[in-house]
Design a protein around this ligand. Sequence first.
Ligand SMILES: Nc1ncnc2c1ncn2[C@@H]1O[C@H](COP(=O)(O)OP(=O)(O)O)[C@@H](O)[C@H]1O
Ligand SMILES: [Mg+2]
Length: 324
Amino acid sequence: MTESDIAIEALDLVKRFGDFTAVDGVSFVVPRGTVLGLLGPNGAGKTTTVRMMTTLTTPTSGTARVAGYDVTTHPDEVRRNMGLTGQAATVDEILTGRENLAMIGGLYGIGRKALAARSDELLEQFSLSDAADKPVKDYSGGMRRRLDLATSLLAAPPVLFLDEPTTGLDPRSRTELWDVLRDLVNDGTTLLLTTQYLEEADQLADDIVVVDHGRIIEHGTALELKERAGAASLVLTVSNAEDLEAAAQVLRRSGHEVFVEPNARRVTMTANGLGDLTSAAGWLDETGIAIDDLGLARPSLDDVFLSLTGRRTEPDETEQEASL
Ligand SMILES: Nc1ncnc2c1ncn2[C@@H]1O[C@H](COP(=O)(O)OP(=O)(O)O)[C@@H](O)[C@H]1O
Ligand SMILES: [Mg+2]
């Protein structure tokens, strides 16, 4: 990878607040036209990392480059090449969608004609044309996020930072926003997004950096992270709860560890692959135990997170709003 293929680069970024180290030596590289997901629980240091990379706060040590420009020595060039959508919506409630775009566009110094054309294009792209002349206070959460994103794209920046873009959105607005983001990336935008949602990282990110307590604890593609989290499991659901123990006995013939989950009428065991599945199916058939379902399951990113941090992520929406 040559210099010019790299859109975003963090090199040993550190941010201390007094004695407290919020970001503790974070490094990564984001190739042009790809998506990096910065995944971690509340307080992991995601927003602080994004703030350093977008010139909103200076690193205590370390460096970052955006579109080839150093955030500390060339902040103006960095700002000209990036867009940012923060955790809390920044759109003005009283203004209409179109007026919000006009206001931000004015700040960027975009000419009137170009601004009108660009606003129409963005309103269309984000399905806000019909609502363009209504005040933002009448917008749904999903519409506000889309408008917020639209304003950060006014200047068509090649690099886009999104801090928890879909936190607080309902599932439908979330998948709609994912589609918009995919389109942007297909058109060549480089994206760095932070998220507490494992599924979001799974859906959008080419590469995932997992952070906790200011440090990177894992880095890879969604598939790599899942593979590292451990073997696949064989999952068996029996039809009748009274067959659970018998089913567990049958699976123990494999020599693998077997877990019984009575409430779900489920037995799981670690499995190496299809061989384990076919032998289990054969044994169950012999014993005549009635089953509802039998299959192999890969660990989910939730399992990955659990195995890395010892806890599940639980996005806390109320704390979210307060943290920026
Ligand atoms: N300006 C600040 N002063 C002191 N502590 C801060 C400041 N900003 C963030 N922190 C702390 O740094 C840690 C990381 O915060 P943040 O980057 O917002 O995490 P995340 O975005 O992953 O939830 C948290 O413990 C937070 O309380
Ligand atoms: Mg944050």
